[in-house]
Design a binder for this molecule. Structure first.
Ligand SMILES: *Cc1c(COP(=O)(O)O)cnc(C)c1O
Length: 478
């Protein structure tokens, strides 16, 4: 299997080369040159594998089709270390539970940080450690977070050889639960840096440090952002696991609704479908930051500036642009990478938008690729959380509530609808309390979280101080 950029750079790369890289040199995102095709027989064989040998083995089967530069025994061992009952809470790893007739919730958020990003990030931790050891290299991950991504990265990389994490976050602006989750880590390779500013200040610092090419090279600065192909690939697996749990017959079709921000999660569903998984519809659910909903309804993709981006009660979907979207657009335009380059490099840079509304491929693709969308607001979220609690005695988180609200607008008789649960409610306790009048239950493993000692360095929004901090910790080797 080889990988190429969405923007037409002809150079072909292997999996482990792109694993540790961010963007392709031409600014595009990496995609496999083709999607492996799964026959109906193969799908049935995987159904049995998931039932009899479990999620880790299923993950190995799927990843093997895309990774041919890691010996199979090593890849299998990493899958087995990652997808365990101890780490993800159940033997099914991503258990499916029924809600009303024909609607199911696929639980993706029972990993160490209680959000679906663990599904990919936990595997990434092992892949990074493995590949860095093989190359005799080290990596300093520098990131900016306002919540889920940073904690998932820290829990995946804690204690890993050859990796340090320097995670900036806006001082005092994360939820108390998320802050305690990150700052209570005592591993010496994990560094929390609270910046006296807002999330954009953190992101500006990361950009400035990464933009200093000498510093970046000398201190091996890298990222774990959502455009990493390995993250997307790991997420493909749970669409298969969800499908097997929602169906009994070969060939049966299922729809998925995905609470979406950067389009990473739902893009993995698109890949699963391109491989031959019988998905009827992929329903893209957004919050008030509805750039994706607007695109699927109109064909116009218009990014927001940061001051036009709403702060909502489903904050992990508060995006200004959907960073994985470019991958999907390449497929929509049937592989025309030159056109993707013009849209993303020229039109988007110059005008902040592009328009495919008049393009026959957009209309065709909506049918053929089976995408629909919807939007959910704070009021919808509260209502959905209340209603789900009242009717089913279940508490769902705010992002999952956005998904469920939009899913109900796209139900079809005889097609099971699977809503992806992307976080547990305890992470967004304030909104749950607003909806229900009481806080959601805290999983027992986190009961003492508020009491755990915290480790964080507070800094002013100053690039030089962050660089000095990184330099110092690389030199003392901690
Ligand atoms: C990251 C995240 C999302 C959005 O996922 P994308 O892959 O960016 O579309 C949704 N819900 C939660 C809880 C998240 O952490």
């Amino acid at each position: 299997m080889r990988y190429v950029s969405t923007r037409g750079n002809p150079e072909q790369r292997r999996f482990c080369d792109i694993l540790l890289e961010g963007l392709a040199p031409d600014g595009g995102l990496y995609l496999p040159t083709s999607y492996p095709q799964i026959s109906a027989d193969q799908l049935q064989a995987w159904r049995l594998i998931y039932a009899e040998q479990g999620y880790a083995q299923l993950a190995f089967e799927i990843l093997s089709l895309y990774i041919d530069d890691i010996p199979p025994a090593d890849l299998l061992a990493m899958c087995q270390k990652t997808y365990t009952k101890e780490i993800f809470g159940t033997a099914a790893i991503t258990p499916l539970r029924p809600l009303e007739a024909g609607v199911f919730v696929l639980a993706l958020s029972n990993g160490p940080t209680l959000a679906f990003k663990d599904m990919a990030m936990q595997l990434l931790g092992h892949l990074f450690e493995y590949e860095l050891a093989r190359r005799g290299e080290e990596l300093n991950i520098l990131g900016a977070t306002s919540g889920d991504t940073g904690s998932a990265a820290e829990y995946a990389m804690r204690g890993k050889q050859g990796v340090r994490v320097f995670m900036t976050s806006p001082h005092g602006r994360m939820s108390p639960f998320q802050q305690a989750q990150m700052f209570s880590l005592q591993d010496t390779n994990i560094h929390n840096i609270a910046i006296e500013g807002v999330f954009d200040d953190c992101q500006d610092i990361v950009k400035a440090v990464s933009g200093d090419h000498d510093f970046k090279r000398k201190y091996h600065i890298g990222t774990v952002n959502s455009i990493n192909w390995a993250r997307l690939l790991a997420q493909v697996v749970y669409y298969f696991a969800g499908y097997f749990q929602a169906t009994t017959q070969p060939g049966q079709r299922v729809s998925f609704t995905v609470p979406s921000g950067n389009f990473g999660n739902v893009c993995a569903g698109h890949v699963a479908r391109c491989m031959g998984l019988p998905i009827e519809k992929l329903v893209v659910a957004t919050n008030e930051n509805d750039v994706l909903d607007v695109f699927f309804k109109t064909g116009v993709y218009r990014v927001r500036s940061s001051d036009q981006t709403h702060e909502t009660s489903s904050p992990s979907m508060d995006i200004s642009k959907a960073s994985n979207f470019e991958r999907f657009v390449l497929d929509l335009l049937q592989g025309d990478a030159q056109r993707v380059r013009r849209l993303f490099q020229d039109d988007l840079q110059r005008e902040g938008q592009f328009d495919l509304s008049l393009d026959p491929l957009f209309q065709q693709a909506k049918q053929g690729l089976g995408f629909v969308s919807g939007r959910s607001t704070h009021a919808d979220r509260l209502r959905t959380i209340q209603d789900t609690h009242r009717r089913f005695a279940q508490i769902i988180d705010t992002h999952t509530a956005d998904g469920l609200k939009v899913a109900r607008e796209h139900l079809q008789a005889d097609v099971p609808m699977v809503v992806l649960e992307t976080a547990l409610p305890i992470k967004f306790a304030d909104t749950i309390t607003q909806a229900l009048g009481h806080a959601p239950p805290c999983p027992p493993a986190f009961a003492d979280l508020p009491q755990r000692p915290q480790r964080v360095t507070v800094m002013s929004p100053d690039v030089a101080s962050v660089k000095a901090y990184i330099r110092k910790h690389c030199e003392i080797g901690a």
